[in-house]
Design a protein around this ligand. Sequence first.
Ligand code: ADP
Length: 494
Amino acid sequence: AAAAEEPITPPVKVNYNRLLIDGEFVDAASGKTFPTLDPRTGDVIAHVAEGDAEDVNRAVSAARKAFDEGPWPKMTAYERSKILFRFADLVEKHNDEIAALETWDNGKPFEQAAKIEVPMMARFFRYYAGWADKIHGLTVPSDGQYHVQTLHEPIGVAGQIIPWNFPLLMFSWKVAPALACGNTVVLKTAEQTPLSALYVSTLLYEAGLPPGVLNVVSGFGPTAGAALASHMQVDKVAFTGSTSTGKIILELAAKSNLKTVTLELGGKSPFIVCEDADVDKAAELAHFALFFNQGQCCCAGSRTYVHESIYDEFVEKAKAYATKRAVGDPFKEGIQQGPQIDSAQFNKILRYIRSGVDSGAKLETGGERYGAKGYYIKPTVFSNVEDDMLIAKDEIFGPVQSILKYKTLDEVIRRANSTNFGLAAGVFTQNIETANRMMRALRTGTVWINCYDTFDAAIPFGGYKMSGQGREKGIYGLSNYLQVKAVVSPLKNP
Ligand code: ADP
C-alpha cells in the first residue's frame, strides 16, 4: 500500500547542475547534458552538464595552475586547515539540505543521510583539517658526513573517481586528505549521483578555497573518467568502484604517465557467527551488515556463515528481521530501506535472486520487487546457500542475504578466505581465543569483531587481493597524497 502513495516532495531545490571548473560553474564544452533520475520513480530530477575529455582538460589545467602557481600548496598549512574547518561548519549549517539532495539523487533514507552521512562528512573534513599542519618529514642519520632530511610534499593534481552508493562520504574520503596535504583536485562523480558534490563544493569555495583547487566534472566513466585516469598532467588517481573498472583505471594510469593509483574495489565479505554467539544479537548485526544502504556497500557482509548448532534458529531470526524491515519512500520517517539506485542495478539484483532459486538455495523471504514504481526490492533472505552458487560468489550489491552453514573454525576460515576479494569480514563471538585467531586468519583489510560498518575517520579502510590497493582514512590515507623527497647535503662545503 505504501508504494502506491505519491512520492514525498523533497524539501530542497537543485541549484547547481553545471561543471565546476576554476571556481566557476560552466556548461560542458560540447553543450551536452544528461538526466539524473529519482530512484523512487525513475523520473528526471535535473539535467546535468555532461563533461568529457575536453572538460577534463580544462579542469586539469585549472588544477595544474592552482597547484604549480599556487596559492594552495604555497599557503601555510594552518591557513589551509582553517578553510577545511570552516567548510565543516558550513556542512553542519546546511545539514538537512545536503541530506535531502543526497536522498533524492541516491534513494537512501533521509534519516540515514541527515543523521549519519552528512555529520560524518563534517567529521572527516575536521579530521584531515587537523592533520594539515602536522605533516612533516624526518631528519635521517647518514653513513657519511651528510645532513639528510625528508620533505613530505603534496603529489600535485589528484584525479578522483567516485561511485554512487555514498556520494558524500566518497567525496569526503577523497577530497579531504588530498586538500589537507596541499594537492589540487579534479573530481569525477558517478553519473547516477552528480548533485550533492556540486552543492557541497560551493560551500568549500564559500569557506575560502582559491579558484581551481577543487574542480568537479560530472559525466560518464568511459568518457570523463577515462580521460582523467589517462591524463598526462594528472599526478595521482584515486578510484572507488567495481573491480573490473579498477583494472581499467590501473591500465590507463600505466599506459599514460604511470600516475600513482589507489583503488577501493568490490567485495564479498564474510560475516561469521560462531557457536557461542547470542543468536538474536548475531542475527540483528548480520542483518545490518548486509542490508544497510539497500545492500549497496562494497563491504556488505554478503556471506553470512553460521555454525551448524545454531543455524536453524539463526535463519528464523534473520528472516524475521528482513520481514519487518521498513521499506518505502526514503523521505518518510522511520523508513530503513529505500529504492536501489537505478534500473540496471535493480534488474541485476533480480537476476541474482532468480539464480539463487535456480541453483537450489531456499528463498526464506522477499525475492521480488516492492511496489509498482521505482527500484524497490523486498529484503530477501536465502538459506541453504553453498559456496559455489553465484549468489555466494558474486557481489550482488543489493538487499539479498545468503546464509551458509559451517561446522568448524578451520573450515570457515578456509571458506571465508577462498575468494579473490578481501575487503572486510565480521566475526561474532564472545570467545576471546576465537576472536584472536580469526582476526589474524582472515585475509581482509578490515575485521570487525562484534560490530560492523564502524567507519570512524581515523580507522583505515581498504582491500586485500582484488578488493583494492592502498588504504584510505586515518593516518594511512595521508600517504596517498604525499611524496617523500630526500634532501642530502654535505656537512662541509666541498
Ligand atoms: P558501478 O558498476 O557500481 O557503477 P563503476 O566502477 O562502473 O561501478 O563506477 C564507479 C565510477 O567509475 C563511476 O564514477 C563511473 O563513472 C566510473 N567509471 C566507469 N567506467 C569507467 C572507465 N572506463 N574509466 C574511468 N572511470 C569509469
